[in-house]
Write a protein of this length. Structure first.
Length: 207
């Protein structure tokens, strides 16, 4: 991958366009030509910054992880808030919605045990994502050891629950509306969701 400043506006524009296209068509259905049109750049610039579509996806995954880490510091009740990650997932709004769409496509395209591969690996899974989740599991175990999360729960299952809690309103917004009368993008839903998650946090700390 060509060396590039992470704040490069052209690079950022390409990443935003790629996330939109992946959300609309899935990783395999997205086309570099469409990403270039959406980003308003020549297709060759995608190769310059990211080499391949797989390289573009890896960069997108890395940026997603970094943005979540940054937002956690803003939405959590301090550095030790065990549900700051959940709140940060939900607070990213449209970006999380695009990721939710892409993950739905990914789930539809993934067919065990014969998943499609590129050079022996699947670019959707072999992009540092395993390391990201192992880091999350380690964080939960640390919070369990410190008494901030219940210790009698498997850490990997708790990570999955916390992720689902933050993402699911965007995965099925119509059900969120049918149940609560508000869309996840509505301010009322966001206020109620934030209060609900913080209430769960306080109860988990007392378990």
């Amino acid at each position: 991958m060509a060396s590039a400043d992470r704040e490069d506006p052209t690079r950022t524009r390409i990443l935003h366009a790629a996330l939109k296209e992946f959300g609309l068509h899935g990783f395999r259905g997205a086309r570099l030509e469409a990403i270039a049109r959406r980003a308003r750049v020549p297709r060759g610039l995608i190769a310059y910054y990211f080499n391949t579509k797989e390289g573009l996806f890896r960069a997108l995954v890395a940026e997603r992880a970094a943005s979540i880490e940054r937002l956690q510091q803003q939405v959590g009740d301090g550095a030790d808030d065990p549900l700051a990650w959940t709140l940060s997932l939900f607070a990213q709004g449209e970006q999380t919605l695009d990721w939710a769409h892409m993950l739905i496509w990914e789930g539809l395209e993934w067919a065990l045990p014969n998943a499609p591969t590129v050079d022996g690996t699947d670019p959707l899974l072999d992009a540092g994502r395993g390391d990201f989740w192992q880091h999350r599991i380690a964080e939960v175990r640390s919070q369990q050891a410190a008494g901030k999360l219940p210790s009698g729960v498997e850490a990997d299952q708790l990570v999955f629950f916390l992720w689902v809690l933050g993402m699911y309103p965007y995965l099925i917004p119509q059900v969120a509306y049918l149940i609560t009368g508000h869309w996840p993008s509505d301010e009322r839903f966001q206020v109620d969701f934030d209060r609900f998650v913080r209430g769960i946090a306080s109860r988990l700390r007392s378990v």
